[in-house]
Ligand binder design. Structure first.
Ligand SMILES: Nc1ncnc2c1ncn2[C@@H]1O[C@H](COP(=O)(O)OP(=O)(O)OP(=O)(O)O)[C@@H](O)[C@H]1O
Ligand SMILES: [Mg+2]
Length: 509
């Protein structure tokens, strides 16, 4: 059955034709009659067809980027369409986890907001343009058309559109596969690829549950993250950019990288792994960071190896170097990057953390990691920049229990007491503890693994004892040597002063 709006549309088209005919023949009417007739026709059109239509194009104006509004509407309607439209197009969206159903072209999807009805239609325009275009398919342009009664103009153009955008973005975030980005050297920023960041899917399994550290510390970090995620209004109120800095420090293998993955998984954010050593200068750094999206964790690992205290870049880390020597392309790249002077400075980095544009995009966590917190410039780590300092330390008993649960599925064992006392006496990183807990073969049971850990801990304890002894011996030797040297020095001074007395005496003679 034809609804009121469809009827209106048909009558509307008849009236539109009438307007057209009027435009052609109006010159045949006396001049003074033309104005009133036109006014009446318009009134009639408005009366019979009181609907307003808004069009949202996929690519607006000169933008080569897909319109955000179009994407949001598409996502919003994918939810609505599945329950209301009868013809669908199934898209396994690139980068998306699941099948996305979108309405087919010209399929009308009704929606309701605060009791007001609106209608959406997806329209496809086909043009025969031969010219070069950035658009994915230059001959096909799509847009969404929204119709509603003019009575509700304010409600629809205001709160309703806002609601669609918000919901659409939420659907996108739910469906998307998170990404791990790494920055490309700037010579790859141009040409057809033009990408500053390359990505793979982020699939690190580390979570706060699998992370070995004291429960209290873990909870504190989780609460901090929760507060951050919900804090948009709070950050706006206090006039601060919506970002938070974390500094993770501790010896290698204590779980700094695992912690970053756990943070990203907890917040459901993307990760940008920024390798500072391939960034040529502050401008490049800024361009890279401007391109990071919100809801992301920006990571700069081993900050002490990327910048020194004066802000000059150091050469690439040795441990990466070995790997690169083998690959001729990488070797060349390395040489090239070392030949050019690096100009990324500490102040450039601080500008990103604190500067005006640090607020671009919002909702970002910035994480620095280092093995040596004492080496860092105080300017970099003062409060306000790195809001939270987290020490990742050697494995304690509580952390061991998490690892034992992860690796061996156990919560207690007779050997726990022994392990607890050994962990209290010696330093072992969670990475080493984990390595010992991993069964070496299928036959190895829980007890064998725990015993191999005990053995390793005893060895480490013995090694530490020997090292301490050796250090004490060296220290004693050095002290002995220093003492001897100062005694010899004293003798020399005595001899010199005796000589000078003789000389003086001689002079006086
Ligand atoms: N706290 C931890 N909880 C769980 N697993 C851990 C922890 N610390 C280390 N591991 C294990 O050890 C491995 C190495 O840890 P990770 O890479 O996170 O250490 P890191 O502190 O980043 O070291 P580096 O300073 O060398 O980068 C991980 O793959 C993980 O399996
Ligand atoms: Mg690491």
């Amino acid at each position: 059955m034809m609804g009121m709006r469809e009827l209106g549309t048909n009558v509307g088209s008849v009236l539109a034709s009438l307007m057209f005919v009027w435009a052609i023949f109006k010159n045949h009417f006396p001049y003074r009659l033309r104005g009133p007739i036109e006014k009446y026709i318009q009134k009639l059109v408005k009366f019979v067809y009181p609907y307003i239509q808004i069009t949202f194009h996929e690519f607006a104006g000169e933008h080569i980027k897909r319109s955000e509004a179009f994407s949001a509407i598409q996502n919003y309607l994918s939810k609505k369409a599945s329950s209301q439209a009868s013809r669908f197009k199934a898209d396994v969206e690139k980068d998306s986890k699941s099948l996305v159903l979108t309405m087919d072209e010209y399929e009308e999807v009704p929606d309701e907001f605060n009791g007001v009805k609106v209608w959406w239609v997806l329209i496809k325009h086909t043009t025969n343009s031969q010219s070069f275009s950035f658009y994915p398919n230059p001959d096909e342009k799509r847009s969404f058309k929204l119709s509603f009664h003019k009575r509700h103009r304010e409600l629809i153009t205001g709160p309703y559109i806002e609601h669609v955008m918000k919901e659409g973005k939420a659907v996108f975030l739910k469906n998307r596969q998170r990404k791990l980005y790494s920055n490309n050297p700037s010579k790859h920023w141009y040409g057809w690829k033009r990408t500053k960041w390359s990505h793979v899917f982020f699939e690190h399994p580390s979570t706060f549950d699998t992370l070995a550290m004291e429960t209290k510390k873990k909870e504190e970090i989780k609460n901090d993250l929760k507060k951050f995620r919900q804090g948009k209004e709070y950050y706006t109120k206090i006039g601060k950019a919506w970002k938070r800095g974390y500094l993770l420090f501790g010896p290698p293998g204590t779980g700094k990288s695992s912690m970053i993955a756990a943070i990203a998984n907890f917040l459901d954010y993307d990760v940008y792994d920024l390798e500072l050593t391939t960034v040529m200068d502050n401008t490049e750094l800024r361009n890279l960071l401007i391109e990071t999206s919100s809801k992301s964790v920006v990571v700069i690992e081993d900050i002490d190896c990327s910048l020194d205290l004066t802000g000059q870049r150091l050469k690439k880390k040795e441990k990466d170097g070995d790997e690169e020597e083998k690959d001729p392309i990488k070797k060349k790249e390395k040489e090239e990057s070392e030949n050019k002077d690096s100009k990324v400075t500490l102040s450039g980095l601080l500008n990103f953390i604190d500067g005006l544009w640090s607020a671009c995009g919002g909702e970002r966590i910035i994480v620095f990691t280092t093995n040596y917190v004492d080496k860092l410039d105080p300017a970099l780590i003062r409060r306000g920049r790195m809001d939270k300092h987290i020490e990742m330390s050697y494995c304690c008993f509580e952390a061991f229990k998490v690892l034992a649960n992860n690796y061996l599925d156990i919560n207690s064992h007779d050997l726990y007491a022994k392990i607890e006392s050994l962990l209290g006496e010696t330093n072992m990183t969670p990475a080493d503890v984990a390595e010992n807990l991993m069964p070496k073969s299928d036959e190895e049971g829980v007890e064998t693994c725990l015993n191999s850990l005990i053995e390793a801990l005893e060895e480490a304890k013995e090694e530490a004892r020997k090292k301490a002894e050796e250090e004490a011996r060296l220290k004693a030797e050095k002290e002995e040597k220093d003492k001897e040297e100062s005694a010899q020095e004293a003798v020399k001074v005595d001899e010199n002063s005796a000589n000078s007395v003789v000389k003086e005496n001689g002079f006086h003679k």
